[in-house]
Design a protein around this ligand. Sequence first.
Ligand SMILES: *[C@@H]1O[C@H](CO)[C@@H](O)[C@H](O)[C@H]1NC(C)=O
Ligand SMILES: *[C@@H]1O[C@H](CO)[C@@H](O)[C@H](O)[C@H]1NC(C)=O
Ligand SMILES: *[C@@H]1O[C@H](CO)[C@@H](O)[C@H](O)[C@H]1NC(C)=O
Ligand SMILES: *[C@@H]1O[C@H](CO)[C@@H](O)[C@H](O)[C@H]1NC(C)=O
Ligand SMILES: *[C@@H]1O[C@H](CO)[C@@H](O)[C@H](O)[C@H]1NC(C)=O
Length: 558
Amino acid sequence: MANCKSWFVCCVVALGLLGAVALICLGVAFFAVQGCPSGSFGRAAVSADSWICSKAGRSMLQQGGSAVDGAIAALLCTSVVNPQSMGIGGGSMFTIRSKTGNVKFFNFREVVPKSFKENLLNDCPTTFRMSPGSQWIGVPGELRGYEEVHKQYGKLPWAKLFEPSIQLARGGIEMPPYLAKLLNNSFVKNLVEKSSLCKILCDKNRIVLGKGDILKFPKLAETMETIAEKGADALYTGEIGQDLIKDIKDAGGTLEMEDLKSFHVRVEDAWTVPLGNIRMHIPPPPSGGALLAFILALMKEFLPNQSSLDVYQKTQMYHHYIEAAKFANGLKRSIFDPKFNKTKSANHLIDPNFINHIRAKIVSNRTHDVSYYAVKPSSDRFGTTHVSVLDVDGLAVSATSTINEIFGGTIYSPRTGIILNNELTDFCGRADTVRAGEQPPSAMTPAILETQSGGLLVIGGSGGSMITSAVALSIINHLWLGMTLKDAIAVPIAFVDSQNNVKFEPGFNTSVIDGLKALGHKVADTPYFFNVVNAVEKEDGCIAAISDSRKMGVPAGY
Ligand SMILES: *[C@@H]1O[C@H](CO)[C@@H](O)[C@H](O)[C@H]1NC(C)=O
Ligand SMILES: *[C@@H]1O[C@H](CO)[C@@H](O)[C@H](O)[C@H]1NC(C)=O
Ligand SMILES: *[C@@H]1O[C@H](CO)[C@@H](O)[C@H](O)[C@H]1NC(C)=O
Ligand SMILES: *[C@@H]1O[C@H](CO)[C@@H](O)[C@H](O)[C@H]1NC(C)=O
Ligand SMILES: *[C@@H]1O[C@H](CO)[C@@H](O)[C@H](O)[C@H]1NC(C)=O
């Protein structure tokens, strides 16, 4: 009996201790969550282009999903809310950092089909304009990519990731404000009204939908339902693929079922570049990662060491930045599909010797002609979306996805509801040949940065050629000039176009513009700034998430 009694006492004591420990744990967790500044999150967050899609991602995380589940759900949702930016008719690049710090790059960007138009590059635009046309359609990789990253990192069932988007596509959503604004632009309005997209984006008088209208994608909802049930094979080997190929052929394109069947996701290690105390993980070529790293590595030595700068210091900072961007323009041709050219790759862009060599060519008191930077003028582009996700287990996903230009090549597949990419125009001005299976070079650069103190910044952008400037300046502003992540992204940018003219986003400091003009920079105007940066940062246990207000984005976390 004595034994039994002491056992009972032990048990009570043990339970009491356990309870106390549990209470302490709860208290600490509560304090950690409560301890984060307002507007930041304690556990996980998603920064997508729209609130509705940030929430679609968050709902996956809250149901026990991983950051990859969240990113896929947010992107599928974006294909409905911002159908001009991306969709399952396009391709993506994902940079994924595991909890233990291993960083992988998943590349499922479109490739050139086996058969393509002879002398395709002769069709390249020589001035700034959109490139509709079925000759530019690359083999879409989006769903094969989702399948691969989900296989490796997914925690929720595949079909679950499609639920929010199927519901939006079928039930309809009130016209998203950013899309309404875009469709109200006379240039985009004309483009859409004259294209097959009018079937989903116009009213019965063939006028584009606007504010207050309901946007629906019934065919896409059906397609997504089939894919949710049967997997990516429904598109790559099954009936949806056959329907898509029929529609592409009806539009004059060259894609065959064989192109879909042979699409493969490429998986490799991300490149890691040191930037002082920071370790930056970037996607390798044909992504734009090396150009971003090149600019940041150049800039590191030129940066003022304080955050509050006078006009002279600010002008010098932007002068050096613009010089770096001019050299980066001259180096764009170093970015190409490494599978198709063993002779030369972008490795030198992150080589300290090469960076020092270029740095020595930058002088503080003047700029130079285009030839000094070896720039071969081409034309600029825009489009794309980015989503940054961090989950409660510490998995980080930086994902950039695109159908290239606004609504891709404006080709809609009526049998499947899919909008097709015009990715092959990315070869224009940056390559002299095009080969079957090759991926076009890209500006996309989904990045993940680690600070010495253990902080993590998951960042990337959209806006075609503006991606590099937008992401580079956000990182400089935040990590080196000490701005908050929100301010760092919100500050108007300076963009160096492909002719090396400098374009200032509205609101850019006019005294600095005058200073830069005095240094000889050629300034040009553009009504179009499509730069958008979405980022998530974890520092001291708290997560800041920023979706760029330029695209009316709002992040979601918990
Ligand atoms: C559409 O554009 C016109 C001018 O082009 C402008 O007056 C109007 O306010 C815009 N409407 C919306 C909803 O943005
Ligand atoms: C900042 O840089 C200036 C000039 O390069 C130097 O004189 C100064 O000591 C630096 N200040 C700090 C705090 O590092
Ligand atoms: C431009 O920047 C300088 C230096 O930071 C600042 O003093 C000035 O007020 C700014 N000008 C404008 C118009 O914002
Ligand atoms: C490889 O790249 C270099 C440099 O861009 C170029 O000169 C060469 O023609 C390319 N070779 C092939 C086989 O594409
Ligand atoms: C720039 O500075 C160099 C020396 O640092 C000087 O020789 C040159 O004249 C200056 N150029 C201009 C345009 O001020």
